[in-house]
Design a protein around this ligand. Structure first.
Ligand code: GTP
Ligand code: GTP
Ligand code: MG
Ligand code: MG
Lengths: 292, 279
């Protein structure tokens, strides 16, 4: 792993009291490889390594650490700084209902995450409504209806013959009229380059003014994470990210790429297929995971 | 990389960036760049255009050696295909596409709703069955997937189907119990028909990064994967990870998914894939 590799790099530099440009360039090469292997975007890695290099050169090696450990410490701190020192929670609307809109690529885990979110919020005794706005995927509406039953939350699903923008608008009106605390919109998966479908999302946003637009992203996403996140952010001004399938062994470099490219925080993470609550994002745990 | 720019470190950096951005991975990129440096030292490559062609042909060569078509032995009936992969990669949709292809050839196709876990999974495959006008063997949600597989093989035999395609639930390769379940499904299929399943397709998502290699390793250890389908190539991800996957696991890439409709399936072609990598 990275710490072993860095120990190796610094073995030849015993007794160095200070980090110099030359003694850290090998170390930074190892860090760069580790980040790329973790799927952090190439350009994000470049910027990150430059920043670490600036912070490292001239730094004192603390008495208790080896130079390798010192570099790791700086890298770790920089990663945490980049990803946000503390988890940012979901916000609520000043007046109910709070509308959460989940968006993202095909198969990223939106529908499942809607269910998990509904369970969390309903669990706080807040009346929650799930909205089946995916009219394209075969049995998407059935999927959400089943999930609604499993988490004990009502599902608004007029059917695939309706326009998703109207479905969302009507759902929020229902939410207001029937005193729901939260309305969760499950949208269809789509490519960020599909302008017609991205327009649909823009229209939903215009129609219902969501409190949060959450990009649901798969933790195993590779270099493309930046393209996806930047387009969704440019088109919708997302408020945060839900990173799914973190119960696997993907290093999750996409988290760093997305935060770095959009400035938007990962707020919650999906840790399984079952409809257990989403977990808060821990920047420090993510940093360790990415570094491997 | 502009046409006839002379080769220097900046150009090599640019090339490395293109390769990493296409998810080729650190190791594959390093090997190709090292090969490139050797050729440069021997003055065998003069400008960026030639370099670009060299890399493209290198990748094409690797992939061409690991490409195969989806074929079936027509004398073996039912020809049984099992579909596996992690969550959300496009298994169920790929089954619909493969079924459609065989329907176009005039084959009788039967589907098995082997995902008995996920909400709406059985209904999703049944809906595809309706659109394709093929039958779907299904139990209730929560049933034993091996029982569904067994019944599906029996049904395919008794109905004299040409093709049986068995869907399985998405599962992360790190979940030992779920991987054991998959092993059992393969075993049970083989118990009801010697030699079956005749094809086990691993579905990988083109937007996946280095984790695809870990997925492929585990799935190949668990069941006898005979081919790969790489989906979602209609996005902006290049799917370069497939190069490491086929080299390391020595399984052929057979199909690609280029969309969500039943006709969005193509044979994998090394030449067009390598060309698209650096577009
Ligand atoms: N292991 C694991 N699986 C997950 C997680 N979140 C979702 N899944 C699974 O990922 C697959 C896709 O989930 P969906 O919720 O259908 O994804 P989606 O984004 O709604 O898909 P589309 O609507 O087709 O775009 C399913 O098999 C889910 O069970 C997670 O955190 N961990
Ligand atoms: N753009 C695009 N989307 C695809 C492709 N293949 C599948 N999808 C979409 O990806 C999403 C997931 O597809 P599924 O077929 O449900 O994936 P799965 O692997 O069966 O998912 P689980 O059973 O939940 O593990 C759906 O929205 C599909 O329409 C493809 O080639 N391109
Ligand atoms: Mg969905
Ligand atoms: Mg499926």
């Amino acid at each position: 792993n990275l710490s072993d590799r860095l120990q190796g790099v610094f073995k030849k530099l015993r007794g160095q009291a200070r980090l110099t440009e030359s003694n850290i360039s090998d170390a930074l090469r190892e860090v760069r490889i580790a980040l790329l292997e973790a799927d952090v975007n190439f350009r994000v890695v470049k910027q990150f390594i430059n920043r670490v290099s600036e912070r490292s050169v001239g730094a004192d090696v603390l008495k208790s650490l080896t130079p390798g450990q010192q570099v790791i410490k700086i890298v770790h701190q920089e990663l945490i700084n980049l990803m946000g020192r503390t988890a940012e929670p979901l916000t609520r609307a000043p007046a109910p209902p709070t509308v959460y809109m989940l968006v993202g690529l095909q198969g990223s885990g939106k529908t499942t995450s809607c269910g998990k979110l509904a369970r969390m919020i309903a669990g706080e005794k807040r009346k929650t409504l799930l909205v089946a706005a995916d009219i394209y995927r075969p049995a998407a509406i059935d999927q959400l209806k089943t999930i609604g039953k499993q988490v004990g939350v009502e599902v608004y699903a007029p059917g695939a013959e309706y326009d998703p923008v109207d479905i969302c608008r009507d759902a929020v009106s229902k939410g207001k009229a029937e005193l729901f605390d939260t309305v969760i919109l499950d949208t269809a998966g789509r490519l960020h380059i599909d302008t017609a479908l991205m327009d649909e999302l823009k229209n939903i946003r215009k129609a219902v003014n969501p409190q949060e637009i959450l990009l649901v992203a798969d933790a195993m996403t590779g270099q493309d994470a930046v393209n996806i996140a930047m387009t969704f952010n440019t088109d919708l001004d997302i408020s945060g990210v839900i990173l799914t399938k973190l119960d696997g062994d993907a290093r999750g470099g996409a988290a760093l790429s997305i935060k770095s490219a959009t400035g938007k925080p990962v707020k919650l993470v999906g840790m399984g297929e079952k409809l257990t609550p989403l977990e808060p994002f821990h920047p420090d745990r993510m940093a360790s995971r990415i570094l491997g | 990389l502009s046409g006839h720019q002379t080769i220097n470190e900046d150009v090599l950096d640019e090339i490395e960036e293109l390769m990493i951005l296409s998810d080729l991975g650190v190791e594959t990129t390093r090997i190709i760049i090292d090969g490139l440096r050797e050729k440069l030292a021997r003055k065998e490559l003069h400008d960026a255009e030639i370099v670009r062609n060299y890399i493209r042909s290198e990748i094409e060569r690797i992939l061409a050696g690991h490409t195969a078509q989806l074929v079936r032995d027509k004398s073996v009936r039912p020809w049984i295909i099992m579909i596996v992969g992690v969550n959300g990669v496009g298994k169920t949709t790929t089954i619909a596409k493969i079924a459609r292809r065989y329907r176009e050839e005039g084959c009788s196709v039967l589907l098995a709703a082997g995902d008995t876990f996920r909400a709406g999974a059985i209904e999703q495959l049944k809906e595809w069955g309706r659109r394709l006008e093929v039958d779907v063997i299904a139990h209730d949600e929560g049933a034993d997937p091996s029982a569904v597989a067994w019944d599906a093989v029996a049904a395919a035999k008794s109905r004299d189907a040409d093709i049986l395609i068995i869907d399985t639930a998405g599962r992360l390769h790190t979940k030992t119990n779920l991987m054991e379940e998959l092993k059992k499904v393969q075993r049970v299929i083989g118990k009801n028909m010697t030699g079956a399943p005749h094809e086990i397709l691993l579905v990988l998502d083109a937007t996946t990064g280095q984790n695809a290699v870990l997925q492929a390793r585990e799935f190949c250890q668990t069941v006898d994967v005979s081919g790969i389908c790489l989906t979602k190539l209609d996005g902006t991800a290049k799917g370069g990870i497939i190069v490491s996957v086929v080299q390391e696991l020595n399984i052929p890439i057979k199909l690609i998914g280029i969309g969500e409709r039943m006709d969005d399936l193509r044979d994998f072609v090394a030449e067009s894939f390598s060309r698209a990598l650096f577009d």
